[in-house]
Write a protein that binds this ligand. Sequence first.
Ligand code: F6R
Length: 261
Amino acid sequence: MEVLIYESPEAAALQAADIVQHTLHEVDAPVLGLATGSSPLLTYRELIRRYRLGELSFAGATAFLLDEYVGLSDGHPEAYRTFIERELVDHIDLSVTSVHAPPVADDALRNGLEQYDEAIRLAGGIDVQLLGIGSDGHIGFNEPGSSLRSRTRMKTLTGATRSDNARFFGGDVTAVPHHVVTQGIGTILEARRLVLIATGTAKAQPVAAAVEGPLSAMVPASALQLHPNATVVLDDRAAAELRQAEYYREVQSRKPAWQQP
Ligand code: F6R
């Protein structure tokens, strides 16, 4: 696992944007895995900025969201499909019809959600998957205890995650849905590259548990340890509890120019 540490969330976002840009340049019909929530926001702003400058294009790309809430009305401002359109897709040359979100309608929940993993597979698999990390160590909405081989399915959010996300719902935890559909950990691990972005003190403990703790279903993000091409992009505050931080900084400062960003 590669751990990159930057002095600010803005600098971390430049690095995450470099990785996405590299994929857009290198891959013919790139398939992006998109996270929502606050962690990738600065990265999305940077990608929009570069798109406006003509430095990159999303034409020909396809995107798959990591997760979606169950029970929000179509177009609800906090539905992840609405979120990704507002924060990214509406500002770049990626067609909305090329952006896929996990199905959350009743019949899809009842009939199984394998179709989402199948759609990812038919698109050629995800080239680069952006991730955040929950304060309880989740990736996607794979809460602690999720099988490390899980596939896209419905999950029940923990109280901690609903409280964390209440800030998006005007501070009203009762407005946060209990259920979500999320890519499974096994689904996420099939992406060719994983990029986890974490900034701020609240992420220091889950990041340390994921990067340096034992591989455990109780810390779903520790599954990144199983992936051959995973990069964790942090600011100093999110890196504060890493025992090996000095070593990661040493590796980062000596990264050969020919290596991918
Ligand atoms: C969002 C997602 C979640 C978030 C995580 C961190 O699509 O899958 O895992 O990345 O809850 O949320 P923020 O970034 O808001 O701290």
